[in-house]
Design a protein around this ligand. Structure first.
Ligand code: PMP
Length: 492
């Protein structure tokens, strides 16, 4: 059946009551105007059902235009005295301030370090902490982590530190196989007075579940560990790659030590990830990368090198200047798209960002995404043979749903969905530990994930396609060669 014939709005009664309004033309949610939002993107002009947003979101036209116009006469920062250089320097500074404001970072831009992505940000923490771990220490991570928040710690504990005669255990917290929720009792048993660091995701990119960060913070605070500087308690690192795009993240309230996320999952192009860390920690740790710009002016001699003030101590070499500016502007645009999609209030302005505005915008986003996710969960649960992973209640999860259908290979299911225009992602989503833990063979699942421009109609359409393929599993039946294909991971 052609795509258009299957692409019809759902019946009004299927919409979630009380939280939104379907006006017959489009979906409006408490002032969040999805039709207006979609007009700011190019993809609606093609027949793409963009439902792989947990991997990467689409870039709005305004941001693309800004990128081109900045690239026309740009300059390097901090070096030149030219007007162009000064302009870029100011814009880069503003970008750091915007990011800090968006996170409600208690110490402002001093705590913001820019890397290429979440993975690099987490690796940088591993390298900075490498010489801080003491023999007999341990660190705790979870079974639901993306490989980015497991493999660096595995490598540190099993491969790097043993070479220096330092033994550090890597302990892994289980999650419930039924609900996908973290086993907090297990976590409490694993954290002890030798736990230097606890790492967990804010939201899982496979189970969708959001983790109770305040409870975990309490556990780390009371672990009894003594950090070398005299601070009591274990460090807490949160991989917020899936949390940041869909929820308010208030660092004043959460009091995290480290947080990492990538901008390409929240409207910006590829290439910039953030590491937030408490300024006191960044001041005391050795930097991850050494070289130009991260040194204090003139303080390089054969005897001694002095490092630059924060955050520049962590900015070695020429940064991705345009990437940083555009990524911060993506946050400003996200505020506008959510709060006033027909006009720019924050985007391309110097208007200071107050956290209550961020909170209002991100709360709206999270409520809207919850509607889409609950709808997907309810509709998908009626598909014969389906197994959905993670909590059944959308309030407990971020905006993604991963599933398998009995007897059908998820990789070929996603390929067939693509033929209907639905962009699902299949594989282990780099959540390899979790797929093995659930005993999935092949270790793969199919995932739909939503962002602010998706509509209920698109969710319905995607589910109809799944239902259709489930009833007619022609090419997607599991067989040996397809099982091998499923081992392919790719980026997620
Ligand atoms: N952590 C989680 C929870 C993720 O979902 C992802 C990306 N899917 C990453 C880490 C890695 O992000 P990046 O590829 O941008 O480093």
């Amino acid at each position: 059946m052609p795509l258009r014939d299957m692409y019809r709005p759902p019946a009004a009664e299927s919409l979630v009551d009380g939280v939104g309004l379907f006006d017959g033309q489009g979906w409006i949610h408490k002032g969040m105007d999805i039709n207006a939002i979609r007009k700011r993107f190019l993809f609606p002009h093609s027949e793409r059902i963009v439902t792989n947003n947990a991997a990467t979101t689409q870039v709005p036209v305004d941001l693309l235009k800004m990128h081109v116009s900045l690239a026309r006469d740009y300059e390097n920062v901090h070096r030149g005295q030219s007007k162009a250089s000064q302009k870029m320097t100011t814009m880069l500074d503003d970008a750091y301030n915007t990011i800090a404001a968006f996170l409600n970072a208690p110490e402002g831009k001093k705590s913001i370090v820019l890397y290429r992505n979440t993975t690099e940000a987490i690796n940088s923490v591993m390298y900075s902490l490498l010489t801080e771990f003491r023999d007999g220490d341990n660190m705790v991570t979870t079974m639901m982590e993306h490989n980015s928040n497991y493999v660096p710690w595995y490598a540190m504990c099993k491969e790097i530190l043993p070479k220096f005669g330092v033994n550090v255990q890597c302990r892994i917290v289980n999650f419930s196989r039924e609900t996908g929720e973290l086993d907090l009792e297990h976590m409490a048993r694993l954290i002890d007075h030798r736990t230097k660091l606890v790492c967990c995701s804010g939201a899982s990119n496979f189970l969708g579940v959001k983790n109770p960060l305040k409870i975990i913070r309490e556990m780390t605070r009371n672990s009894g560990y003594f950090q070398p500087g005299g601070r009591r308690g274990s460090f807490l690192l949160v991989d917020a790659a899936q949390l940041m795009p869909s929820s308010p993240v208030d660092l004043k309230a959460l009091d995290l030590d480290f947080l990492a996320f990538s901008f390409h999952k929240m409207l910006a192009p590829f290439g910039i990830g953030v590491l937030y860390a408490k300024a006191s920690i960044l001041s005391s740790l050795p930097p991850f990368l050494y070289g130009g710009d991260m040194i204090a002016q003139g303080q390089v001699s054969p005897e001694k090198v002095g490092y630059n003030a924060l955050p520049w101590k962590y900015s070695a070499g020429t940064p991705n200047i345009l990437g940083a500016i555009i990524s911060a502007q993506a946050l400003r645009l996200l505020l506008d798209l959510t709060l006033s999609p027909k006009k720019h209030v924050y985007f391309a302005t110097e208007k200071p960002i107050e956290y209550w505005v961020v909170n209002a915008a991100m709360t709206r986003i999270s409520l809207y995404l919850r509607i889409l996710t609950q709808h997907a969960l309810e509709r998908l649960s009626g598909v014969p043979g389906i197994q959905i992973y993670g909590p059944k209640d959308a309030a407990k999860r971020t905006s993604l749903v991963a599933f398998n259908i009995k007897g059908i290979n998820p990789m070929s299911l996603a390929e067939e969905m693509a033929e209907y225009g639905v962009e699902a992602r299949a594989g282990c989503h780099c959540a390899t530990l979790a797929h093995h833990y659930l005993g999935l063979d092949p270790p793969a699942s199919c995932r739909l994930s939503f962002y602010i421009y998706n509509t209920i109609q698109e969710v319905d359409y995607a589910v109809r396609v799944v239902r259709r393929l489930a009833a007619r599993p022609s090419r997607c039946v599991v067989n040996a060669s397809l099982q091998q294909d499923s081992a392919v991971t790719g980026y997620d």
